[in-house]
Design a protein around this ligand. Sequence first.
Ligand SMILES: [Zn+2]
Length: 188
Amino acid sequence: MIDARELEGLEPHVLFNTRENAAANFGQQYNGRSILEKREYATIIYVKVTDGKKYYAYNTPSRGSEHGLTDEQFNKYIPKGAVATAFEHTHSNDDYGPGNNYDDQNFSDRDKSYAGELNLDAFLVTPEGSLRCRTNPVGCCAEFNAGNNLLLNNPSAIPSQINFTDAIRPRTGKVVPMCDNCKTTFGK
Ligand SMILES: [Zn+2]
């Protein structure tokens, strides 16, 4: 007999209809233990097309330290054919007090730069239990963000259906070559 607690342990890779639902489920499953253990948890949310329909899931979360997670600690595995669409993490307990205020209710500067390095949108689950979302403004490649938005806004789109016109750098007028990440992601 399997009880509900055991089923909850299987939530990584469970498919959700929206990215927000996947993000919220990660919060429900991992914020409590993050706060109790005073450790941050982080995951990658990915999108995957199954039987012509788009689904969202998060991978097996990684457990970090009290105020962060190293890139080596972070599990970036996603199933073959899936596309990473967001980075999500918890902030464990709230650290208030003299010299010890990490502003745990908000994205840190490091969070923002790390999301930029990953070229992903970011979700944060705060100690008070809210879910914050941040759209990645500084992706390395204009195509990725545009393509990702297209995928998110068009439920029937699949990555290889997306066609890009050449991106032009506004300041120089030069054509920006598509990065390897996009070529792989969008099957070009
Ligand atoms: Zn953070």
